[in-house]
Write a protein that binds this ligand. Structure first.
Ligand code: ADP
Length: 190
């Protein structure tokens, strides 16, 4: 690459995209956002819909919850947005330099490796991985939903930010003690 182009590449602001369902956001996600924010000039936490997961909180509710947390815990370079459709299309629309993803363990790596290679093949976008803090390696939104639906929400205190805990309790109360959690099979959608 000629020297001038190299210079242009380094001058361009580095925009990171942290996509996820965040239903709900956990201390594990927040840990990745905090670690990831120093790698980019701008980091967009992008809330998407995953057809393989049934959600408890609407996109708007998730955006409000995450915006509160980002305002409290992160620098001004972290933004929150919601999107529909493919992550790579959204990434292109905001001019993202790379997608940020969190890794908890080797099981995550299996799937994330496949996703990263596919995104690079179809949209020429790189993925940057950050390892989760030791304390969060076992935290998953799916398990949290299962526990919240069937048990006492306060027990999730070590895994969830306070605003999420309160919203979960409120939601369960509004729905007469239930939560719309259900496991959806990836292949059948049932
Ligand atoms: P998706 O449905 O796209 O996997 P999630 O909201 O489940 O969305 O996860 C978004 C990202 O956060 C993924 O990269 C996932 O691996 C990562 N992640 C989820 N939970 C944790 C955690 N406890 N520690 C670190 N990374 C996590």
């Amino acid at each position: 690459m000629p020297a001038q182009n190299n210079q242009q590449a380094t001058d361009k602001p580095k925009i990171g995209l942290f996509p996820g369902t965040f239903d709900p956001i956990t201390n594990g996600h927040l840990d990745i956002i905090k670690r990831g924010q120093s790698l980019f000039d701008r980091l967009i936490v992008a809330i998407g819909t995953n057809p393989a997961k049934r959600s408890i909180f609407s996109l708007d509710e998730r955006k409000t919850i995450i915006s509160e947390l980002v305002a409290e815990h992160c620098g001004p370079q972290v933004e929150v947005d919601a999107f529909e459709g493919l992550t790579v299309d959204y990434a292109r629309s905001v001019g993202a330099t790379a997608i940020l993803r969190g890794l908890r363990n080797v099981t995550d790596l299996n799937f994330e490796f496949q996703l990263a290679l596919t995104n690079r093949a179809i949209a020429e976008i790189e993925t940057v991985f950050v390892m989760s803090g030791e304390a969060y390696g076992f935290t998953s939104s799916t398990l949290i939903k299962q526990i919240a639906a069937g048990g006492e929400i306060d027990r999730l205190h070590p895994l969830l930010p306070d605003n999420v805990l309160q919203r979960l309790k409120q939601k369960k109360e509004e729905l007469g003690g239930t939560l719309p959690w259900k496991h959806v099979d990836h292949l059948t959608g049932e």
